[in-house]
Design a protein around this ligand. Sequence first.
Ligand SMILES: [Zn+2]
Ligand SMILES: [Zn+2]
Length: 170
Amino acid sequence: MTTRKDWDTYFLDMAYMASTRSRCNRRHVGAVLVQGKKLLGAAYNGAPMGVPDCSEAGCMLVEEYELDEREGALQVVKKQRCIRTIHAEQNLLLFTDPKDREHSIVYVTDQPCWTCANMLANSGISEIVYHRPYPKDSEKVATLMELKGIIIRHLDSYEPPAGTLSAAQH
Ligand SMILES: [Zn+2]
Ligand SMILES: [Zn+2]
């Protein structure tokens, strides 16, 4: 007997399915737009259409210094980031209708970065549900969503469907 999946699990599963289309080896991110339990859009992180992607041209890496907390101590760490791709959340906004975003929920595999969160905050959506945390921008993003009255939920105990996790994590 199989138990019926709850809606959160169902739509996060779909975000993970979308993420498998990503061709950036550093990070596979997927996002879906849901309005009234209807799926109205799906997107993943990728290069613009018709342009060589990370699997063809390699990742476009930039190095950044970030403050990181390790064992209670703040330290400066150097991190690499791929900037070839348009983030899943941004692609989702590019390919969905503003009407479809009214009172909608965005399910996304990863907690949005600051830029994506800023765009989502201005997109008409009401709620964000994510699985993997992204601590770097977490506080800023939480404050922004509170100001905007957008609910942001972390599905902590969720487990992605088999075969949807990328081999390489960033
Ligand atoms: Zn890449
Ligand atoms: Zn982003």
